[in-house]
Design a protein around this ligand. Structure first.
Ligand code: DP6
Length: 322
């Protein structure tokens, strides 16, 4: 009746930006990500026949029932699959180096799915765990697995799941997060992607971009070609952010520091240093590079940004039980 799971967050190299089914969280496109080592969530789920509703505590703080919609979707799916109606107490703790906008729903819902399924007595494959995590948040689908992971758009609920491409990385791809801002985001990824799907005239082109990027990204991974991986990821992120600029009303997740980081990385690239940027639904910038260049890149980034706000992330593992 009780289980604890740890899941790590992930960063998309080919982004998921749009749903075609908001209830089941079926995406418009495939996507591809790297699971990260230093950022994770531990979640304990304990079913208790005495409870009349689920109770959620995040970092020891009780979450009001009206803020539990996404969690309820995962828990109700567990009850549905298990054919039982018992509620649970859920304790979730986020581990991020400094609280800086990297706490992700990806690790949270992957840990919830794994702990909840096990505590209920459901014995799910990792594929089905990823389908379950998907109900909480799209990016959580991929955090069930370690290393480089692909989420298949699929045809329906059954066929939209994640799968590892390379669970243990056998080459030196790494990431530095530049934590430029700590304030809460103004436009959620959920709202931002919906507005993009509904109003950006470029959305049909984005779907073609992703098809192409998935193929070339997988080729680049197979040949351990970090400059190609970085370049594709960088172009893909710019095209994703072009959807926000071209939405109605248009908006952006970038701020001044985001542009400062982009210019700095452009300069490093012009000097022949292989590093590339990617951004998600917030102003933080993540830099991709080969681990052999870590020292040099940290040093150069540290001349412009506070070194305490640079966090190195290597590839992390898939979900596991504690
Ligand atoms: C930019 O997974 O947070 O990070 O499915 O609505 O919960 P919901 O969205 P979420 O969106 C992630 C968007 C992204 C790109 C990505 O992770 O692929």
């Amino acid at each position: 009746m009780k289980a604890t799971a740890r899941a790590h967050t992930n960063i998309a190299l080919v982004k998921y930006w749009g749903k075609r089914d908001a209830q089941l969280i079926l995406p418009q496109t495939d996507s591809l990500s790297l699971t990260l080592d230093p950022f994770y969530t531990d979640t304990t789920v304990e079913f208790d026949p005495e409870l009349t509703q689920d109770q959620l505590f995040i970092d020891e703080k009780a979450v009001p029932a009206d803020k539990m919609g996404k969690v309820e979707r995962v828990m109700d799916t567990i009850r549905d699959w298990k054919k039982q109606s018992i509620f649970a107490r859920i304790h979730s703790t986020n581990h991020v180096p400094i609280s800086a906008g990297l706490a992700s729903s990806a690790s949270a819902f992957a840990a919830l799915a794994a702990a909840g399924a096990k505590a209920s007595g459901l014995n799910l494959s990792r594929r089905d765990l990823s389908r379950l995590a998907r109900r909480g948040s799209g990016s959580a689908t991929r955090s069930i697995f370690g290393g480089l992971v692909e989420w298949h758009r699929g045809q329906d609920d059954q066929s939209s799941y994640a799968e590892p491409i390379m669970e243990k990385l056998d080459f030196g791809l790494e990431m530095i997060a530049i934590l430029v801002d700590t304030s809460a985001k103004k436009v959620s990824s959920r709202g931002g992607m919906q507005l993009s799907v509904e109003t950006s005239p470029f959305y049909p082109a984005w779907k073609e971009v992703v098809k192409h990027d998935m193929t070339s990204m997988k080729q680049a991974i197979a040949s351990h070609d970090i400059p190609a991986i970085g370049h594709i990821a960088q172009e893909n992120t710019l095209r994703m952010h072009a959807l926000t600029l071209s939405a109605d009303p248009g908006f952006t997740y970038f701020d001044g520091d985001t542009l400062r980081a982009i210019h700095l990385i452009d300069d490093l690239q012009a000097e022949g240093i292989n590093c590339y940027y990617t951004m998600d639904a917030g102003p933080n910038v993540k830099v991709l590079y080969d681990r052999h260049d870590r020292k040099l890149i940290l040093q150069r980034l540290g001349q412009v940004f506070d070194p305490a706000r640079l966090v190195v992330a290597t590839a992390g593992p898939g979900v596991y039980y504690l």
